[in-house]
Design a protein around this ligand. Structure first.
Ligand code: ADP
Ligand code: MG
Length: 691
């Protein structure tokens, strides 16, 4: 009896050799339907083509051999109670052994005289070559040995699923799906860029025949991943622009003019000026702006945001500025509030800490239009908030929010223009993938007069040195942050900050020491921040809640404990807390790198202050998932593409995708492609509901 072949979209459960327990295991590899198996790409390959004669086996080599079984033996070893299965084989030229530990029932697989192929590492034992736990296959008398003696895929492993099983299941899926498989890439595009067909590429990537053919297949499949993503991005961008929703045309007027002519306290940098121009030009259009403003820590994004908000008010609309933490929301409010009052405009602060009466008043003010600008945290997303006419929403430090929330914000009231700001300099490859549907402005220069930050590494045993250094800085009227790593907010981790606080409070009793972390009540945290800002305390012991955006110009030192536990981009954020005024900043990393990788990262970090260079280093050492907190967006979880190597293909795929969607916005002419885009990206790109 033969099982009918399972359809590509059927659950893997219906595949021969897959029962409920294997279905569960495959789920761990993100394989749910039969077709997923085709896209479970090998991590690497075993080349078993080199076939050795048993008489010429050398110690330490990894090779294949085909031989006949002479004897099988199973016994318990004295030590550790292991069972050992030993196979003695000959190929007519020499003899060898193969041994396996604890493989129950294996001895019954072989019988004297059967032909067997082995692949594995060779050791010499008492002068006899021995394969240690080799891969093997029983061969029929007349079977050609090609299948075993080929280049064999090694798949991502998961406990309980043997490579051999996985190989068989995937081979099954390939045999069933490939014959009827249609190619979703437009034929003209394939020809133009010399991309092989889909089923040929899938066959080749699982069972390579030659280096050249494999390379071409990989190129095709990498292109696919980028192309699908960029097509999704293009569709999303189109929807934002072509949707029924129109944004108000907001033309700069007296508020912007008055601020720039009379109130701005310094000369804008070129980057600030250019960004302002780009943003104001977007806001004049009725197409909703969807722009990312990138600028390193301290590059002065707040002023740009302020001018954009004023332009919204010039256009008779309201503005909202969304910050990732209460500390930052409050800081923005304290800095921007006076400018708005000076211009006769009203500005409110809305955070989770606001009392219910206060909240209700703000809701009413926003609804009636009496409040012109609101600065707040995610409390701005809550039910009661609706605007009389929101013209511009600014999201500061976007990566803390993720894509979804940003979009739920968009859908409130009229379509606002949206500006997203990030202090994390993102490598270009990542900008194009994670923020592929946004226009980008960059502030590359720093306000003049910055002294910069020097970065040094201290061993954990050298903490006294840090303490002595801090004492000198405090005596010079400067302030410092002391960062303890709280990665998840478990009790034990929190203890690190509180313990350090107790200890340093004793050490610096004359200077004032404060503590902030995520578990404090909002008002306690705010008091600690305010004390530090005012200079009541000289040292602020903190978790990474100060990471983003906090601005205290007198702070000149940041000590980071256990620095290897942070990503480079995060360290860069922390370092950006100091050296913001006219005094030199110091960043002291306390750590003893435990691996060559962490040593390389720390070294790369110390050697540059350019945020874009730090981000590139982070990308090349740790890979895209870890950089800039973009993992949550899911769009960088490529199966085969590598952003570090495949930048050219990314650009190619992007321009083709955007051109295609411009010609055919709903992909009517390419139904297969449309289906594949939805299947792969519908959810992560938020395309589904609006489709
Ligand atoms: P970030 O881009 O990190 O948000 P901020 O907007 O907080 O940076 O600016 C950092 C500091 O630099 C602030 O104290 C701000 O007043 C100051 N600043 C901004 N632009 C300029 C400028 N063009 N010249 C001098 N100082 C500036
Ligand atoms: Mg900022």
């Amino acid at each position: 009896m033969t099982t009918p072949p399972a359809a590509p979209f059927a659950s893997v459960r219906y595949l021969k050799g897959v029962g409920p327990s294997r279905e569960r295991l495959l789920g761990k590899l993100n394989v749910f339907i039969v077709e997923d198996l085709l896209f479970l790409f090998p991590r690497r390959y075993e080349d078993r083509r080199a076939l050795s004669s048993l008489s010429s086996l050398r110690e330490g080599e990894t090779t294949s051999a085909v031989a006949r079984v002479v004897a099988v033996e199973k016994r318990r070893t004295a030590r550790k109670n292991l069972t050992l299965t030993t196979l003695l084989v000959t190929d007519g030229h020499g003899m060898a052994r193969a041994v396996w530990f604890n493989r129950k029932g294996l001895e019954n697989t072989f019988s004297p005289g059967s032909r067997v192929a082995l692949y594995g590492r060779v050791e010499l034992r008492d002068g006899v070559p021995q394969f240690a736990a080799p891969e093997f296959e029983l061969l029929d008398e007349d079977e050609d040995d090609e299948r075993f003696l080929s280049i064999v895929p090694v798949y991502p492993a998961t406990a309980g699923l043997h490579q051999k099983t996985l190989r068989r299941i995937i081979r099954n899926a390939l045999e069933q799906c490939l014959p009827g498989m249609e190619d979703f890439l437009p034929g003209s595009l394939r020809q133009r860029h010399n991309l092989p067909g889909l089923s040929a590429s899938l066959t080749e990537i699982h069972y390579p025949t030659s280096r050249e053919a494999w390379k071409a297949a990989r190129r095709r499949l990498v292109f696919d991943e980028f192309f699908l993503l960029q097509t999704g991005m293009a569709i999303r961008r189109n929807r934002n622009q072509e949707g029924e929703e129109r944004a108000p045309s907001l033309v700069r007027g007296r508020f912007v003019d008055e601020y720039l002519e009379r109130l701005v306290p310094f000369t804008l940098t070129d980057g600030q000026r250019e960004s302002i121009e780009e943003i104001l030009a977007d806001m004049e259009k009725e197409v909703p702006m969807n722009r990312l403003l990138q600028g390193d820590v301290g590059s002065g994004k707040t002023v740009v945001a302020l001018v954009a908000l004023l332009a919204a008010l010039d256009g008779g609309r309201q503005g909202a500025l969304l910050a990732p933490t209460e500390i930052l929301a409050r800081q923005h409010f304290l800095r921007l509030g006076p400018v708005f009052s000076e211009l006769g405009l009203s500005c409110a602060l809305l955070t989770g800490a606001a009392g219910s009466r206060e909240k209700r008043e703000i809701y009413e003010g926003l609804e009636s239009g009496e409040i012109h600008v609101v600065v707040g945290t995610h409390a701005l997303f809550s039910e009661g908030v609706s605007f009389a006419g929101l013209g511009l929403a600014i999201v500061d430090e976007q990566h803390r929010f993720g894509v979804l929330q940003k979009h739920s914000f968009r859908s409130k009231g009229v379509a606002p223009h949206v500006l997203v700001m990030t202090a994390t300099p993102i490598p270009r490859t990542l900008t194009l993938t994670v923020y592929g549907d946004l226009s980008v402005s960059r502030i590359r220069d720093m306000p003049p007069g910055r002294k910069g930050v020097s970065t040094r590494v201290l061993r954990p045993g050298q903490l006294r040195q840090a303490v002595a250094f801090l004492r000198r800085r405090f005596d010079a009227g400067e302030r410092a942050y002391w960062i303890c790593p709280v990665i998840d907010e478990s009790e034990s981790d929190l203890a690190a900050a509180t313990e350090r606080f107790a200890q340093l409070s004793g050490e610096f009793s004359g200077y004032g020491v404060g503590l902030v972390h995520g578990r404090l009540k909002a008002e306690e945290r705010e008091r600690a921040m305010e004390d530090f800002r005012q200079g009541v305390t000289s040292l602020l012991v903190s978790t990474t809640v100060v990471e983003v955006g906090v601005d205290v110009p007198e702070a000149t030192v940041v000590v980071v404990e256990d620095a290897v536990r942070f990503g480079l981009s995060q360290l860069h954020q922390l370092r950006g807390r100091v050296g913001r005024g006219d005094r030199e900043g110091h960043c002291l990393l306390v750590c003893s790198p435990s691996s060559p990788e962490s040593a390389r990262r720390i070294e790369a970090f110390c050697s540059t202050r350019d945020g874009f260079a730090v981000a590139e280093a982070d990308l090349s050492i740790r890979g895209p998932g870890e950089v800039c907190g973009v993992r949550q967006s899911g769009v960088t979880d490529f199966r085969i593409a590598d952003l570090r190597k495949d930048f050219d293909l990314l650009q190619l795929a992007r321009s083709e995708a955007f051109a295609l969607v411009a010609r055919d916005p709903s992909l009517e002419s390419e139904p297969l492609l449309a289906r594949r885009v939805m299947q792969v990206l519908g959810r992560s790109l938020n395309l589904v509901e609006t489709a």
